[in-house]
Design a protein around this ligand. Structure first.
Ligand SMILES: CC(C)(COP(=O)(O)OP(=O)(O)OC[C@H]1O[C@@H](n2cnc3c(N)ncnc32)[C@H](O)[C@@H]1OP(=O)(O)O)[C@@H](O)C(=O)NCCC(=O)NCCS
Length: 178
């Protein structure tokens, strides 16, 4: 058994297609993502390249040379350019070992350093493990898209959650209100 610690580091161009393989494996579980299998390889390679070039936080977890997880935070555009949308996945064999928490902590720290003010995500209400992790890291529930997704034959709620940068309190009155 390999007892070496899992290494968390920024994604590199050479991590394709191992990154896609991990993405594909988690997508095929059909319980967590919008895709039912890995998205097309060229688009995934572009996504990785754009994250590297634009400084979007995108970290991967390596168990030896096996890419077992990732977390990315993608900067939005125009009036939303202070916002990052977070995605994360760990292959099934490596869940529950603290890797997701480490990946998120690394990516979120990178987001604050890069000047993001808000990190947001959507999660299916059935994904209790992910919701617990997000809550533990300080994400707040902001609303629910009722029956917002169809997973196989089941309609499920979709929760919207977000974390603000240190010093920005979610409890302040809404800005811009009269
Ligand atoms: C959700 C996910 C990223 C968590 O990563 P992980 O490496 O398994 O989680 P960790 O071991 O770092 O655990 C962190 C926290 O997550 C929650 N959690 C993770 N696995 C859990 C489980 N089996 N039961 C209950 N809580 C769990 C707990 O809050 C845990 O903290 P704790 O150990 O202090 O209780 C991972 O399970 C995953 O990739 N799931 C499939 C893909 C997915 O859901 N992506 C997110 C879509 S929005």
């Amino acid at each position: 058994m390999n007892s070496a610690p899992v290494v968390i580091r920024p994604i590199q161009h050479g991590d394709m297609p191992a990154y896609w393989t991990a993405l594909d494996a988690v997508a095929r579980e059909r319980r967590y993502f919008t895709w039912e299998q890995g998205p097309p390889l060229p688009g995934t390679a572009r996504f990785v390249a754009e994250n590297i070039e634009s400084g979007n936080p995108h970290v991967v977890a390596l168990d030896g040379d096996h890419l077992v997880g990732w977390c990315d935070i993608v900067r939005q555009k125009r009036v939303f350019a202070h916002v990052g949308v977070l995605g994360i996945g760990i292959i099934a064999s490596h869940r529950g070992r603290g890797i997701g928490r480490q990946l998120m902590a690394g990516a979120i720290e990178g987001a604050w350093q890069a000047g993001f003010k808000r990190v947001e995500l959507e999660v299916y209400a059935t994904n209790l493990n992910a919701i617990r992790l997000y809550e533990q890291l300080g994400f707040r529930h902001e609303g629910t898209k009722r029956l917002g997704a169809r997973l196989e034959d089941e309609l499920v709620d979709v929760h919207c959650m977000a974390l603000l940068a240190p010093g920005l309190s979610p409890d302040e009155p809404p800005r811009g209100s009269a």
